[in-house]
Write a protein that binds this ligand. Structure first.
Ligand SMILES: [Cu+2]
Length: 166
């Protein structure tokens, strides 16, 4: 009977709609969860990463970023690997006698990122030193940078080469 069938369908259609909207909602939440967690690996989140060619020495470069530790345990950046660099070192900037700025490998060879804190790698401070850059190291290019953490393990971040901080 067409009338009865017609009356029955909207009910079925309605429950199907509810199922679909539930599925879409769950899907969207999962998507947002992944999108919001960004590049987090075991609690470490990398923000505002960028790199540049050293203004003083064109054959060298540096990478800067914020390392955010969302976990309840201290972690440390042990080393960084970048194919576009000959050698990569973790550097800190310090004041030389006479007020000049110098840089040297970080004490202990690693950058500690305390639990719940953010460590800034920035111009005039801590940085990832890239000694002997690839000719392809140009502004606008994104370079894969592998960060190796004591607890968080390895994570790869695509870092844009820029002229100034983002
Ligand atoms: Cu340096």
């Amino acid at each position: 009977m067409p009338a009865a069938a017609w009356h029955g369908d909207p009910i079925l259609g309605d429950s199907m709609m509810k199922k679909w909207s539930l599925l879409i909602t769950v899907g969207l939440c999962l998507f947002l969860l992944v999108a919001c967690s960004g590049q987090a690996t075991n609690g470490i989140q990398v923000e505002n990463a960028w790199g540049r060619v050293s203004p003083m020495m064109a054959e060298n470069g540096a990478f800067y970023m914020n390392l955010k530790n969302n976990s309840s345990a201290d972690d440390a950046l042990l080393r960084v690997e970048v194919e576009a660099c000959g050698t990569v070192e973790l550097h800190e900037t310090y004041m030389l006698d006479g007020g000049m700025m110098g840089m040297r490998p970080v004490e202990g060879g690693k950058v500690v990122v305390p639990a719940g804190q953010t460590v800034e790698l920035k111009v005039g401070g801590l940085h990832v030193m890239c000694l002997g850059i690839d000719p392809g190291f140009v502004v606008g290019q994104k370079i894969p940078v592998t960060l190796v953490f004591e607890k968080g393990g390895e994570m790869v971040v695509d870092v844009e080469i820029r002229t100034e901080a983002p």
